[in-house]
Design a protein around this ligand. Structure first.
Ligand SMILES: Nc1nc2c(ncn2[C@@H]2O[C@H](COP(=O)(O)OP(=O)(O)OP(=O)(O)O)[C@@H](O)[C@H]2O)c(=O)[nH]1
Length: 387
């Protein structure tokens, strides 16, 4: 029995000892953190490479210097000039209100008394028709009204139109001599006081000629105003026409000569020469324009000399214009800025006083606001149809 008890005790001691040895070991094994389970990156996340690649060398990109885009200039093709006056008739609205409507309302009265005729005269004079022309027009109207007796508005309108057209001398030759001849271009001199719209008109005439199928070269002989040469050159570039210019303050006659020479060599139809009007006195004007003309005529006669007149300057402008007609042989008048005045009657006065036909009229600042002058269409626009 004793042996059994001893054996049991021994067994218990052995078991306790074994447990004592095993448990601490297990505890020690628990201490290190549990091995981490590698997390699977989400599908769209880039898996980092196992072996780190060396960073790619930094490439310094040279700035790309783009070659300048040279755009071909857009060459405009202006509309032909036929019918322009009719298309631009609304521009005469100021004159129409002052002259056309005023006259029609008086003329439509049942019995025209002396003061009515005076009123008619006054309207015409206010519209710059000029005293002489006014007297003729009123006289003729009085006679017709007396003979006709009772009148309708339509009849009166018709008579008024006829008298104004007659005062504009419709038989005058208003064609522009711009066609080439004898193997050389036609030469057109554009003259007038500064500010009248000379350079602008020169550019517009070029467009009219190109619109009608011709070719043009500009001569920038207004060397007094540097901007004038730039201005005319810009007009030329828009329609693909060449401009011959000289140094600022240079000799206008020499520029004009070179322009005609270049025009002959390049075979254009018309050479348009813009001149300067900045001349204090008649002697200076005579010297300069006379020289330009003489020098140009070494190539052949000048075909057309156009005098540019500002319609808004009225009767005063007419006096200045007369000086030009004494200096050069003016063949036609271009009356500008008719859109800005109620004095459209100046056309009649200009022709009467200068004895030179109005060939073109300026009706705005737009490039194609220049129309060949047609007396009937002009008067129709001036009188209007809704009075
Ligand atoms: N409303 C209107 N303005 C016009 C017309 N014609 C020209 N002009 C304007 O008149 C101004 C003077 O025109 P320019 O052509 O520079 O005058 P210029 O006679 O050449 O003047 P200089 O070169 O100084 O001798 C400009 O602002 C034009 O746009 C027209 O028919 N109607």
């Amino acid at each position: 029995m004793e042996y059994v008890v001893t054996a049991v005790i021994l067994l218990v001691v052995l078991i306790v000892g074994a447990v004592g040895l095993v448990v601490p070991k297990m505890r020690r094994r628990d201490l290190p953190p549990p091995p981490t389970v590698p997390t699977v990156p989400p599908v769209d996340q880039e898996i980092p490479p196992l072996v780190e690649k060396p960073a790619p060398p930094v490439v310094v990109e040279e700035p790309v210097v783009e070659a300048p885009v040279v755009e071909a200039p857009v060459i405009e093709k202006p509309e032909p000039s036929a019918g322009r006056l009719v298309r631009l008739r609304a521009r005469l609205a100021r004159s129409q209100t002052a002259l056309g409507r005023g006259l029609l309302s008086v003329l439509s009265r049942d019995h025209l008394e002396e003061e009515d005729w005076e009123e008619i005269e006054e309207s015409l004079i206010t519209a710059d028709v000029g005293i002489e022309a006014t007297q003729v027009i009123v006289e003729r109207l009085r006679e017709r009204v007396r003979v006709l007796g009772s009148r309708t508005v339509a009849e009166v309108r018709e008579q008024l139109v006829e008298e104004l057209v007659a005062a504009l001398e419709p038989e005058m030759d208003r064609s522009l001599k711009t066609a080439p001849h004898d193997g050389r271009p036609a030469v057109v001199l554009v003259v007038g006081v500064n500010g009248a719209g000379k350079t602008t008109t020169c550019g517009k005439i070029g467009r009219v000629l190109i619109g009608d199928g011709g070719t043009v070269l500009f001569g920038a002989a207004d060397t007094f105003r540097a901007a004038a040469a730039d201005q005319i050159q810009t007009w030329g570039e828009r329609v693909g026409a060449e401009t011959v210019r000289g140094p600022e303050g240079g000799d206008p006659a020499s520029v004009a000569f070179d322009a005609v020479k270049r025009g002959i060599d390049s075979g254009v139809d018309t050479v348009l020469i813009d001149t300067a009007g900045r001349l204090q006195n008649k002697v200076g004007l005579m010297d300069e324009l006379g020289k330009v003309k003489r020098v140009v005529e070494k190539h052949g006669a000048v075909d057309e000399t156009l005098l540019v007149l500002d319609a808004t300057t009225g009767q005063n402008g007419l006096e200045q214009a007369r000086v030009f007609t004494e200096v050069v042989d003016v063949t036609g008048v271009v009356l500008t800025k008719l859109d800005g005045t109620a004095k459209g009657g100046i056309v009649i006065a200009v022709q009467r006083k200068l004895g030179i036909p109005v060939k073109l009229v300026g009706l705005g600042e737009g490039p194609d606001d220049l129309a060949p002058f047609e007396p009937k269409a002009f008067v129709e626009a001036l009188i209007g149809s809704d009075a």
